[in-house]
Design a protein around this ligand. Structure first.
Ligand code: ZN
Length: 403
């Protein structure tokens, strides 16, 4: 057997392994996390390079399944789509996000046809975070729970892949679609979407629990920003929120739920209720908009405009929340503080769980042996010190010496 590849040993660190922080070194070769015992005992190899981590934590790179833009780019309105995607991908590296699903809110058909084919799914690199595929939020949603979506483009009928092809043009790069189960024919169409490898998420819906459960039984496996843009919890009719405690369905499918844990979109008590009833299902999403990374003021959002004050973003002149301007480390930090979860649980909600939603947890969202060496150095308070993709340093804050 030819043994190739340079071996890197990251030492003086605490790593997240098997759901726990442990004081152990991290070994990387050819962009993959290695089992040191295999390297020593089977291959008789040792490290070619040793990297002192100065006591920091090493956790998997973050995965954001819902992000509409950032750094002044809005994916739906940016003129040069590829350039916009690259700019956001690059900007996310300093926030520890190593993969993401660019997200489009309900848009006119010409926008979909112009924008969707421009995405190239790719692994991350120095040039930017990895792009996993589109998350399309709408247009097959409920006008009653439209949130910041433009009502004139909402479509009230769905014919599965055919509707998607007609509306979107290109569906090859679609990974997640948010649908309202009460839109005619949505329930029936879910299996063919799932068979095509598309994650069906329930959201922007006035659906009652029964209908939402039907969607899950047909293969829906995610809830888009739980609590926001859905019926509020009622003890006799819990709505989509009731899915939190649903028993496993006939298909043994687990339901994950996205939460925008920016401290604005949900009260900490609501976050605790969700997390305590289903701790393994929570997925932190930023739902960030173009103004993420910019300052307070009025900024464009699709064909509308939003006003940013502090960490909140509203449609200009209204009190309608328009998405967040939070970064993933901010969301993790807030989730940890508000829920009382452990640091490990806070990190897994932004790494392992989103990877599980997409079925990529064997390679992403984990530091398990054999997975991609996408990881983050952080301090005790979730502050990002460095980001690595495929074992290569792609961001460095300069706060710990590079040696
Ligand atoms: Zn939304």
């Amino acid at each position: 057997m030819t043994v190739t590849g340079i071996i890197y040993q990251f030492y003086n660190c605490t790593i997240l392994m098997d759901h726990k922080f442990i004081r152990e070194d991290l070994w990387v070769r050819d962009g993959v996390i290695e089992n040191p015992r295999k390297l020593f005992f089977e291959e008789h190899r040792k490290a070619d390079f040793k990297i002192d981590c100065h006591g920091c934590y090493i956790v998997p790179g973050f995965i954001d399944l819902q992000i509409n833009g950032g750094f002044s780019v809005d994916f739906s309105s940016n003129k040069d789509v590829e350039k916009g995607l690259s700019k956001v991908a690059k900007g996310l590296l300093e926030h520890g996000v190593t993969s993401f699903c660019p997200t489009l809110v309900t848009s006119p058909p010409e926008t979909y046809k112009r924008v969707l084919p421009k995405l190239r799914m790719r692994n991350g690199s120095k040039a930017g975070s990895g792009i996993l595929g589109w998350h399309l939020e709408g247009p097959f949603i409920s006008a009653k729970k439209k949130g910041a979506h433009d009502e004139q483009y909402i479509l009230a009928d769905f014919k599965g892949l055919k509707s998607m092809q007609d509306t979107f043009g290109c569906i090859e790069n679609v990974k997640i679609i948010t649908l309202a189960p009460e839109v005619p024919n949505v329930i029936e169409a879910i299996p063919e979407l799932v068979n095509k490898g598309i994650v069906v998420s329930v959201g922007h819906t006035a659906s009652h629990l029964l209908k939402a459960e039907e969607a899950v039984n047909k293969g829906a496996s995610f809830i888009t920003h739980l609590f926001n843009a859905m019926l509020p919890f009622h003890h006799r009719d819990p709505g989509v929120v009731g899915l939190l405690t649903s028993k496993k369905t006939a298909r043994e499918r687990k339901v994950y739920y996205g939460m925008i844990t920016d401290g604005i979109h949900s009260h900490p008590a609501a976050l605790r209720i969700a997390w305590r009833s289903n701790p393994k299902g929570i997925v932190l999403v930023t739902d960030a908009i173009a103004a993420m990374g910019l300052g307070p003021g009025v900024h464009p959002l699709g064909e509308q405009s939003v006003t940013i004050t502090g960490f909140s973003a509203h449609l200009t002149g209204t009190d309608v929340l328009a998405g967040s301007v939070a970064t993933m480390p901010h969301c993790i930090k807030h989730f940890h503080k508000a829920s009382g979860c452990t640091k490990e649980e806070a990190i897994e909600a932004a790494t392992l769980h989103p990877a599980q939603v997409l079925g990529i947890e064997r390679t992403k969202g984990t530091l398990a042996y054999g997975s991609d060496a996408d990881f983050v150095f952080m301090d005790d308070s979730f502050h990002i010190l460095r980001t690595y993709i495929a074992g290569e340093m792609v961001f460095c804050s300069g706060e710990i010496p590079v040696k």
